[in-house]
Design a protein around this ligand. Structure first.
Ligand SMILES: Nc1ncnc2c1ncn2[C@@H]1O[C@H](COP(=O)(O)OP(=O)(O)OP(=O)(O)O)[C@@H](O)[C@H]1O
Ligand SMILES: [Mg+2]
Length: 287
């Protein structure tokens, strides 16, 4: 059975896409897992980062995107998720030159508009807006979970903010990773999100400090304070140029080491820590 991992934080720019990409390659290449990535952000960042422009445009132009998938929200028919998948993506190969099992349902820039249109259409059916929200979230969770038997891990890159689609992904998740930058606003932001996540979904989550500067004792104080209150994954991702550069898609695929350089160790550490959590029997984070 697949494990569903949502990467989410309502705050933008904290490293959701970076963590998604690190995990996708770490799990598919180093861990030899069958990985599906679902991009639920209309910016389509992880789609572009992991498919390159050409493949992404081809998927977008044939409606094989999460905006297409969203059209399955009305009705209760069996979900046909496979037609939205692009297989064999990424610019990292296995050591013998083969492609890892890494697939994607990419996003497109009209995802927000489509979500709004879907919400308005559903309102005619339910009358009450909170019932519309609940239905959208519930149906989205079901749609996401329909990929269950085909993969070992499904990673969902969530948009910043908290749309109904993001809540659907959070409801579907076995584990929610909350990356954050350890600065002045982090504790309040992470705390609010973690509490709301527990209240609304009861989902297991882990906080992950990102863009950490090794010399910064203030940042380490913030990380210690957040980790004391909100379960931490136990790894810190440093601010390092190779992780920024790794967002560039390479037309010529190569090894994991050539993509991440000195940051490959952080990909391994993150992957091991996540596998450790998802392979453990799940215990609610609030306990
Ligand atoms: N550990 C890191 N070291 C260096 N640069 C990083 C690191 N993490 C993220 N960045 C850079 O910070 C920027 C934002 O990162 P990213 O796109 O992963 O955040 P995000 O949370 O997905 O953003 P959004 O909310 O817009 O989706 C990018 O330019 C990325 O390269
Ligand atoms: Mg992003």
């Amino acid at each position: 059975m697949a494990k569903f991992i949502a990467v989410s934080n309502r705050r933008g720019g904290v490293g959701k896409t970076t963590v998604t990409m690190m995990l996708a390659y770490g799990l598919a290449v180093t861990g030899r897992q069958r990985v599906l990535l679902i991009d639920l952000d209309a910016q389509a960042s992880s789609s572009l980062v992991i498919m390159g422009h050409e493949q992404w445009r081809s998927a977008r132009d044939t409606n094989r995107t999460t905006a297409g998938l969203l059209m399955q929200v009305p009705g209760n028919d069996p979900i046909n998720w496979k037609e939205y998948v692009t297989q064999g993506i990424g610019d990292v190969l296995l050591p013998k030159g083969e492609r890892p099992t890494l697939d994607i349902i990419p996003s497109s820039h009209d995802l927000d508009d489509k979500e709004l249109m879907m919400m308005i259409a559903q309102q005619a059916r339910f009358h009450n807006i909170s019932n519309v929200f609940d239905h959208m979230q519930d149906r989205m969770a079901t749609i996401i979970r329909s990929a269950e038997g085909a993969y070992d891990q499904v990673i969902i890159d969530c948009a910043p903010g908290l749309s109904q689609l993001v809540w659907g992904a959070l409801r579907a998740a076995d584990l929610v990773l909350i990356p954050y930058i350890p600065d002045r606003t982090a504790e309040d932001n992470v705390g609010w999100f973690a509490r709301r996540l527990m209240d609304l979904t009861g989902r297991n989550y882990r906080t992950v400090p990102n863009r950490v500067s090794g010399q910064d004792s203030r940042a380490q104080g913030i990380i210690a304070a957040i980790s004391a209150k909100y379960p931490a994954l136990g790894t810190q991702i440093p601010a390092t140029q190779p992780l920024a550069t790794a967002l560039d898609y390479r037309d010529q695929p190569g090894t994991l080491a050539s993509k991440f350089g000195a940051a490959a160790q952080h990909v391994s550490a993150l992957t091991d820590a996540v596998l450790d959590v998802v392979n453990r029997p799940m215990v609610a984070a609030a306990e």
